[in-house]
Design a protein around this ligand. Structure first.
Ligand SMILES: *Cc1c(COP(=O)(O)O)cnc(C)c1O
Length: 474
């Protein structure tokens, strides 16, 4: 089991702990999470003592608040809208349930995400499935439940058609066609306009089997203007669909709404002055996730809805005139602040050049952005004894996991700690809910999967309960 009372020294009693404010790239914290970390660091020590390290702490109420905030922006500008929570962003069932309770639909892109969303009480007609390589079994599930299927290619349409031909279905397949915007020509997702037109002609011949609902795209990157451009590119195929007597009802613009992790000024100042000496491997990473965004998801959405196309028409006006529902599939931005992760320090080891490495119990799989080609550029918050002496000058250290591979590093950047960290101290990585905490998690070295607990802050005290739909500990 993870349970390891040896890890945290007895001197680490809850009333003796202190969370130290980090320096250069301090995380932006939702106020109640900031209070929890800074006012009751001892409570976090107790949780790690009981549940082990790493420990992921989940706040479903914050995801709900994010849904409501985004919806409020949509309501100010357009009549018809739908938010699908991009469930792949985090494995927490409590977050899926929170999205459903807040009235969001769910983007389920595997049979397992579909199963979880159904178990959490989601309405399948308010779910949407993307992904380029759905299996026949997954298609069958989607059609049976009435989930919206985003068709990625003419080949996927053929597969779905043969499936519908093979066995009588009580339901029609509900489909969107995934368009490949011009600025994503080299992507493997979606189809160029010509293929979309071919699919439309094929769909027009099968109204009894397939219910065409509209169009979809999803772009990598976070640029608002790219989505505006892509949306107006759809005007042609929307017209084509109408000429074929199909009725487009939905345009789904995918996800990619930004998240702010650190203050924009601090971030820009850091980017200006960083150099090879700031990194353990003396390499400045080639690119970063834009951690110091100036816009949050709601401001981004506002900007999107009020942006104009080349003909001067606003996005909101275009949607109203075309009688279209705007659908979004935010993942990372709905999980913003809805989780954070805690790691216990096992060893602090001096290296050459007066640097140190801090080893944590856990691995970089529980806090990383590898698939986003980015270092997770936020300072961890140190929780240590309140009587620790402040560091004498600077104490630069990088943070490594417990595995035997050189690349198992949570933070390559040398962090300057306010006091010298000790074994048994904790590091809190803020805002890890958006892919960082569990996208790559596995049982490497046969270590068990880290635990997730839901924090319930009702009634003045914070309770921690297991993050499963049936309340069992894994
Ligand atoms: C991953 C994904 C999303 C979510 O993207 P975020 O950047 O997390 O908002 C939405 N739609 C599709 C099709 C995706 O693949």
């Amino acid at each position: 089991m993870l349970h390891d009372t040896q890890l945290l020294p007895r001197s680490h009693r809850r009333e003796h702990m202190r969370a130290w404010k980090p320096g250069v790239l301090a995380p932006l914290l939702e106020p109640s999470i900031g209070d929890f970390i800074y006012r009751t660091p001892g409570a976090i020590v107790d949780l790690v003592r009981r549940h082990g390290s790493p420990l992921h702490l989940i706040r479903p109420d914050i995801l709900q608040r994010n849904v409501h905030a985004m919806r409020a922006v949509l309501q100010r500008h357009i009549q018809h809208h739908e938010i699908f929570y991009g469930a792949k962003v985090n494995k927490s069932p409590a977050l899926v349930r929170a999205a459903i309770d807040a009235g969001a639909g769910i983007d389920v892109s595997s049979p397992y995400e579909l199963k979880d969303a159904l178990r959490a009480g989601g309405d399948p007609r308010r779910m949407c499935a993307s992904g380029p390589a759905k299996t026949p079994a997954f298609h069958a599930d989607l059609v049976r439940h009435g989930v919206i299927v985003s068709l990625d290619s003419p080949q996927e349409l053929s597969a779905l058609e043969s499936q519908m031909d093979a066995g009588p279905s009580v339901r029609r397949a509900r489909v969107l066609l995934r368009y490949q915007p011009t600025l994503a020509r080299n992507s493997r997702f979606g189809m160029p306009a010509q293929d979309v037109r071919d699919c439309l002609r094929r769909l027009a011949r099968r109204p009894d089997q397939v219910d065409f609902l509209g169009f979809h795209f999803h772009l990598s990157g976070y640029a608002c203007q790219d989505r505006v451009t892509a949306l107006f590119e759809l005007a042609d195929v929307i017209g084509e669909a109408r000429r074929l007597s199909l009725v487009p009802k939905i345009v789904n613009i995918g996800g990619g709404l930004p998240v702010r992790y650190v203050g924009a000024d601090a971030y820009e100042a850091f980017l200006r002055q960083q150099g090879p000496d700031h990194y353990r491997n003396r390499k400045v990473p080639a690119s970063f996730y834009p951690y110091g965004n100036r816009t949050d998801a709601c401001a981004w959405l506002e900007r999107f809805l009020t942006a104009s196309g080349t003909d001067g028409q606003r996005v909101s006006t275009f949607l109203a005139r075309q009688d279209l529902t705007l659908a979004l599939e935010p993942g990372r931005s709905l999980a913003d602040q809805a989780a954070f992760s805690v790691f216990a320090i096992t060893r602090v080891k001096p290296l050459a050049d007066r640097r140190c490495v801090i080893f944590i119990e856990g691995s970089s799989f529980s806090a990383c952005e590898t698939w986003f080609a980015s270092e997770f550029l936020v300072d961890p918050i140190l929780i240590s004894s309140a009587t620790a002496t402040p560091a004498d000058g600077v104490f630069p250290a990088y943070i490594a996991g417990h595995s035997c591979l050189d690349e198992d590093v949570l933070t390559n950047r040398l962090i300057e700690f306010p006091t010298v960290p000790q074994p048994g101290d904790l590091l809190v990585y803020a805002n890890t809910g958006g892919y960082q905490m569990d996208l790559l998690e596995n049982e490497f070295h046969r270590h068990p999967m880290p635990r997730r607990l839901v924090l319930d802050a009702g009634g003045g005290t914070t309770r921690a309960i297991p993050d499963t739909l049936d309340g069992d500990l894994r």
